[in-house]
Every structure is written in structure tokens, then in C-alpha cells.
Design a protein around this ligand. Structure first.
Ligand code: NI
Length: 401
């Protein structure tokens, strides 16, 4: 089976680059991927797909389509995100972004192309397998609340047994797969603390309750949640990235507002931090005769790879690129809304390296000079197609280590 898939992917390689470049030229922001969605549908129709479901919530972006094999069986979903970023591209390339101020600077153009490639391979083999492959082209990964959550609410995972996806990854050498067993990416939540005091003249602090001193103390004490309350072998980050208060050097203001981000790799640590931030903010503010109110804006849960599933996926990746080109990496504190799917069903999210110093591909994700080594597109499509076929043929092998 693998030989046939690799052969098909090789034949598709020029097409994959062509597709990727089309999407690169026409990047669209989160939940505004209208032309992207149309083009995905156009290509899928050309490949012989029908019954595409377009849109999520009230927005007509994103595509879901099922590919049914010769007979009923298990259902596996393959997911690609499709949105771009508000960045002005600085690459001097023929297929440079034509949408001013918008750029595919995270590689989602490559994700679309790789999934279309897998679609092309799998539809050509549909008489050879039982079960269904659900292709998910998800809008809005970059902007909270993201596209995964509403898609799941609308039933995209109904009847689906497992899910897989790939993110191209600049820090890893081109063509190398990188994986993490268990939590691979962090949860990401935003918070806002408003400390209220009672302002007055800067020369007479005793006549006031100073929210700035209280807020500074809250920032310092928040750090003890990660350092003193969380098991040192677990991971939690609390960053206050924004403090707003005051109008002049000699006025003690009434309020101070702080905003920050919370990251963790497990639901337990995540909820402990939520509780800790609320407790510390309230009690420390109170110690300074102020009050504090906390708002937490839930972002993405941690992206947790199912361990037996990822081990099987790793074996598949090794068959494609060889054992030396599949490496285990530590989790990243970056976040991804792939986590929403993996909260519900088993599966895994692998990184596929695109870093290539010789080709000048050294710029990080979200940089205005970010670019993708297109030679990996064929590898990505091969992996997605082979993983789907392997799962449908023997899903039990994904259940044990
Ligand atoms: Ni991304």
C-alpha cells in the first residue's frame, strides 16, 4: 500500500506546489477565507469529490467533505487549518502575497495543499478500503475562539473515531517529522485583572488606597503559583503582558488593569492556575486595602496526542522518511485549536520540519520572511493518506503501544 501512495504523491508533487502557491498569493484572515474556501471546493470537485459542506456558524468559510470507501467501516478525520495572518510579506518571490497586509506566515497554505494531496491520493484508491475519511479544512486557527470549537459544536466530529493533522515546523530540519507523546502544545487562556483602590494626591498616599502598588504586588505573587504551587515536573506559565493605570506622575489613580496569558500542558494545571490567579488577585489586593476582579477568557485547551495513536503514527512516519528522520521533541508552550478535537477523540498532531538553511528558510513562524520548503509537501500528503489507510485497515493497531 505504501508504495502506491508514495508513487501517487510523487506524481502530484508539482501540483502540490502549484496549489500551495495559489493559496500563498491569496491569503485571507481568520473567518474571512472566502476565496480560499471557493478554491478548495473547486479543486476537490476537480478531483471528483461532491457533497462538500461549506461554512461554520454564520460564516461561509471552511469545508468538510467525506470520502467513503468501498464499504462502511471506521471513520478517520484529517484536518488542515486554512487562515493567514495580518502581516505584510517581505519575501521577494514570484508567488508573493497579493493581499496587502495579509500573509500565509504560518504555513497553513502548505497544510491546505498537503490535505488536498491526500484527498487526491485517497479518492483514487477509494475502492480499495472500507470506512470513511473526513477531510476538514478548518477556518480561523489564528484568532480566538478559533474555528475548531464551532465546527465541533456543529457536529464535525459526529461519528468520527480518530483525527490526525500536521503542522509544518520551521525549527525542525526540512523533511524530518517531530512528535511529542502526550501533551504536545499548551493551553492558552487570556485574563484581565482590575484592581480598584481610591486615588488621590501622590504626596499624600496615606489618604488613598493605591491600586498601582497593589497591582505590582499581584504581578509578583502570581509568579509563585507556577514556582510554588505547581509540581516542578509539570508546566505552567502566567505572564502579565499589559498593565494600564494612571494619568500623571503625582496622581494616585483609582484603578489599575492588568492583562496576561496563562499556559499549561494539562487540564489539571490549567484549572489550578485559574483558581490560583483568582485567589492571589483577590487576597493580595485585599492586603493592600484594594479589591480585585478577575475575568478569564478561555482560549484553547492543551493539544494532547493520544500515546498509543502517536506511537503508531510515528511508525508510519518512519516507514515514509526512515527512522533517522523522525524525532521526539519536548512540548511547546505555543497553542493550537487542534486541542479541541483531541479533547474529544484520540489522534495526533505531528510537526513536519521545513527549516532549510541552504535554501535561506531560516525565518520563524509569523515572521514577514517566513517561507515553506515545498519539497515536504509530497511527504505530508503521503503521511496523511497512509495514516488514514492504515487506520481504516487496522484501527486496533492504534490502540496499544
Ligand atoms: Ni499555524
Amino acid at each position: 500500500m505504501i508504495n502506491a501512495i508514495m508513487k501517487d504523491a510523487k506524481k502530484l508533487a508539482p501540483k502540490l506546489a502549484e496549489w500551495r502557491r495559489w493559496f500563498h498569493r491569496k491569503p485571507e484572515l481568520s473567518f474571512a477565507e472566502t476565496e480560499t474556501t471557493k478554491e478548495i471546493c473547486r479543486i476537490l470537485s476537480g478531483l471528483g469529490f461532491d457533497g462538500m459542506k461549506v461554512g461554520v456558524s454564520d460564516v461561509a468559510t471552511g469545508v468538510v467533505v467525506d470520502l467513503r470507501g468501498a464499504s462502511p467501516g471506521r471513520v478517520i478525520a484529517l484536518r488542515a487549518d486554512i487562515d493567514a495572518l495580518p502581516i505584510t510579506e517581505e519575501n521577494d518571490i514570484e508567488y508573493r502575497s497579493q493581499n496587502d497586509g495579509v500573509m500565509h506566515a504560518c504555513g497553513h497554505d502548505a497544510h491546505i495543499a498537503m490535505l488536498l494531496g491526500a484527498a487526491a491520493i485517497l479518492i483514487g484508491q477509494k475502492n480499495e478500503f472500507a470506512g470513511t475519511v473526513r477531510l476538514i479544512f478548518q477556518p480561523s486557527e489564528e484568532a480566538y475562539d478559533g474555528g475548531a470549537k464551532p465546527m465541533i459544536a456543529e457536529g464535525v466530529l459526529d461519528g468520527v473515531d480518530a483525527i490526525a493533522g500536521i503542522h509544518v515546523w520551521q525549527p525542525v530540519e526540512s523533511g524530518v517529522f517531530a512528535y511529542t507523546a502526550g501533551a504536545a502544545m499548551a493551553s492558552c487562556d487570556r485574563f484581565k485583572i482590575t484592581v480598584r483602590g481610591c486615588g488621590g494626591h501622590g504626596a499624600y498616599p496615606h489618604q488613598t488606597t493605591d491600586p498601582i502598588v497593589a497591582a505590582c504586588s499581584v504581578v509578583c505573587q502570581l509568579q509563585t503559583i507556577a514556582s510554588r504551587e505547581i509540581d516542578p515536573l509539570e508546566t505552567g506559565v502566567i505572564t502579565v503582558g499589559l498593565i494600564t493605570s494612571g494619568t500623571a506622575n503625582n496622581i494616585i489613580p483609582d484603578i489599575a488593569v492588568m492583562e496576561g496569558t496563562i499556559r499549561s500542558l494539562s487540564p489539571e494545571v490549567r484549572s489550578h492556575i485559574f483558581e490560583g490567579v483568582a485567589r492571589v488577585a483577590e487576597c493580595v489586593a485585599k492586603a493592600h486595602r484594594c479589591s480585585a476582579s478577575l475575568e478569564i477568557f478561555n482560549g484553547y485547551p492543551p493539544t494532547v496526542n493520544d500515546i498509543p495513536f502517536v506511537k503508531r503514527a510515528v511508525a508510519i512516519a518512519k516507514e515514509i522518511v526512515g527512522p533517522s528522520k523522525v524525532i521526539e521533541v519536548t512540548p511547546t508552550m505555543g497553542a493550537e485549536d487542534m486541542g479541541f478535537y483531541l479533547e474529544k477523540i484520540p489522534g495526533c498532531y505531528l510537526f513536519l520540519g521545513i527549516g532549510n538553511e541552504d535554501a535561506g528558510l531560516v525565518h520563524p513562524h509569523h515572521s514577514s520572511k517566513f517561507n515553506v520548503d515545498e519539497s515536504v509537501l509530497e511527504t505530508g500528503s503521503t503521511y496523511l493518506a497512509y495514516l488514514a489507510r492504515s487506520y481504516l485497515e487496522d484501527s486496533a493497531s492504534f490502540n496499544f503501544i
